[in-house]
Design a protein around this ligand. Structure first.
Ligand SMILES: Cc1ncc(COP(=O)(O)O)c(C=O)c1O
Length: 400
């Protein structure tokens, strides 16, 4: 083939797009691949409930399939589900979203995050978010051509992002603030006063706020504030939430976005050409969850709270200092005293004691010195994991 013939230049180029090459594979998944090849491991790794979806929710989906609910739905999602969500948001948060145009049913919060970034970002637009944060936040921004701007958060500040730190990073390119509390990986919750200060920054600089509420129902002794209800914020906020965590429905892949019509229309355009709609069985299950899932969620929250106390006390007793997480189902202890990096700690703990945790660095640079321990697992496993971690920590602290 002559040197300048069509296609010749591709030989020198990567087959993979620069955007994709820019992002590392998820640091969480790497550990799960390792773990899958081992026996007898206690996993405090994956962030999902250890129980199956409540039976009445599964039954509703089975019954729907028996009745022949096997077809596409509206791109926006079933009208009944959107109406139930609208009612739910009004009852629980005192905020009104029109089910016809202000709510979109998505394949989990995961899809909603991707849609919102692709729908809103121009190349080079900046999105401010906390470090550490959920692994998909920076990745979705980069995949949509944007630039993630990280705001360090620390244990001393209970891993709460501050309005001042956000404001210090606002530039002409800033378009969005992306936050979500209760937070993954820290379990931090942020109070109304601090959220109001963030809302003021958003208004001052005409920014949008994407607020990920996926853990909103998993709070322990504190109130969750729905960001969109803060003065002037409904029009500026894209509320993302879902069913995965609160109703133990991770495998159903269903969530939603609520925002103003223009934004929902933009997201729907991408959704209709890529996903078309969420599987109808998952939508029927979600209707049942909203109608009668409250008691099951309360039971789960009480159980997680019991496990949370055991986990946090256990980690502090071992000498892995852990601030008190008030939401989600994660503890984020410091492992600095062992002299290891988060990666070393997690890898050696897995190999030597067969306990899987996730290195804090999977969630950003500021996660160095920490590991994420998910306590949505049985009390017996938590206790056994803690005793293995004690043996491990003692061994390395002595060496140090
Ligand atoms: C903060 C956060 N947002 C979104 C997601 C994705 O949730 P979904 O299952 O709804 O896609 C997760 C999953 O772990 C999460 O921790």
């Amino acid at each position: 083939m002559p040197a300048n013939s069509p296609g010749q230049h591709r030989k020198q180029q990567s087959l993979i797009s620069q955007r994709v090459n820019q992002i590392p594979p998820s640091g969480i998944r790497r550990f799960f691949d390792l773990l899958a090849s081992m026996e007898g491991v206690i996993s405090l790794g994956i962030g999902e409930p250890d129980c199956a979806t409540p039976w009445h929710i599964r039954e509703a989906a089975i019954y729907a399939m028996e009745k022949g609910y096997t077809m596409y739905t509206s791109n926006l999602g079933m009208p009944e589900l959107r109406q139930e969500l609208s009612r739910y948001l009004k009852d629980k948060c005192n905020i009104v979203y029109d089910p016809n145009g202000e709510i979109l049913i998505t394949v989990g919060v995961s899809e909603a995050l991707d849609l919102v970034m692709r729908g809103l970002l121009e190349p080079g637009d900046e999105v401010i978010m906390p470090d550490p944060c959920y692994v998909s936040y920076p990745a979705c921004v980069i995949l949509a051509g944007g630039v993630p701007v990280m705001v360090p958060t620390t244990q001393e500040d209970n891993f709460e992002i501050s309005a001042t730190d956000i404001e210090a990073r606002v530039t002409n390119k800033t378009k969005i603030i992306l936050i979500g509390y209760p937070a993954n990986p820290t379990g931090a919750v942020i109070g109304k006063e601090k959220l109001t200060q963030i809302a003021e920054v958003a208004q001052r600089y005409q920014l949008l706020v994407i607020y990920d509420e996926i853990y909103a129902k998993l709070v322990y002794g504190v109130e969750h504030t729905c960001f969109a209800t803060l003065p002037g914020m409904k029009e500026r906020t894209i509320l993302l939430s879902g069913f995965s965590k609160a109703y133990a429905m991770t495998g159903w892949r269903i969530g939603y976005a609520a925002a103003n019509r223009e934004i929902i229309a933009a997201m729907t355009k991408i959704h209709q050409y890529t996903l078309l709609c969420v599987p109808i069985m998952a939508q029927v299950a979600a209707i049942e969850a909203l109608k009668s899932g409250e008691a099951s969620t309360t039971e789960m929250v009480n159980e997680y709270n019991r496990r949370r106390r055991v986990m946090v006390k256990g980690l502090n007793d071992i000498g892995l200092p852990c601030f008190e997480p008030r939401g989600a189902f994660y503890a984020f202890p410091s492992i600095k005293g062992t002299g290891m990096t988060s990666e070393e700690f997690s890898e050696r703990l897995l190999i030597e004691e067969k306990v899987a945790v996730v290195p804090g660095t999977a969630f950003g640079k500021c996660g160095e010195g920490y590991v994420r321990c998910c306590y949505a697992t049985s009390l017996a496993d938590i206790e056994e994991a803690l005793s293995r971690m004690k043996r491990f920590a003692d061994k390395y602290k002595k060496k140090g």
